[in-house]
Write a protein that binds this ligand. Sequence first.
Ligand code: KIV
Length: 258
Amino acid sequence: MLSKISKFTLKKNKSKIICLTAYSKNIAEEIDKYTDMILVGDSLGSVLYNYKTTRKVTLQMMIEHARSVRLGIRKSLMIVDMPYKTYRNKSEALRNCKKVMKETKCDGVKLEGGIKLKKIIQHLVKNRIPVLGHIGIMPQTVRGKFRVKGKSKKEKNEIFRDARILENVGAFAIVLECVESKLSREITNIIKIPTIGIGSSYYCDGQILVTDDILGLTQSKIRFVKKYIDIKSHIRKGVKQFKKEVLTKKYPSKKYWY
Ligand code: KIV
């Protein structure tokens, strides 16, 4: 029987792979009906905790959020981001990834990096840890502003090389973040594992966005973010009505007390 991961990689080129982030059970429960993969992203550092970078996110934070997300997922693949400085060498990476897999019951982990992680990812895969790669913009190590990657020949060659390395060492898929569209298409056409784009055009096999961004819970001004609903206005409407009914004693009526 095919594992959940192998089924995921088989989807390549058949239909688009739908991916979103979740940091808690309630959101995971709702998006799981539509997603193929749910990522517990370390973007939770900036989205939930107002950190300037994702570097302050700890392994324990990721584990706690992932355990909550696990409760909401029934069918999607669940992947957990490994935070900054938790995979600097083979033994550190294996120890921490095993801990995350064991304590969150996730299906795999995501690591940011290409050639520098070659040996580490190889080691993880050998030890049966499914790895989702992440190249292009890598928020844990990016310096300065986020900008498109792969425009210069040098950068293009590096990203292409990294995608090839991740494929060869056994990553089951690769996130391409803000990778120039033609390069995304080329990588997607050539490598055999799925590419998941974020700001990297529709040529990728799948797409991922931060759920809080598409719901309008954040003020994100990033070019690739599309807000699909203004959930904040619904929250305000509900809370305003609750306040009004409490003040006028419409709530709780007898139906709601004992
Ligand atoms: O941390 C995150 O949420 C991510 C993605 C959106 C790819 O890495």
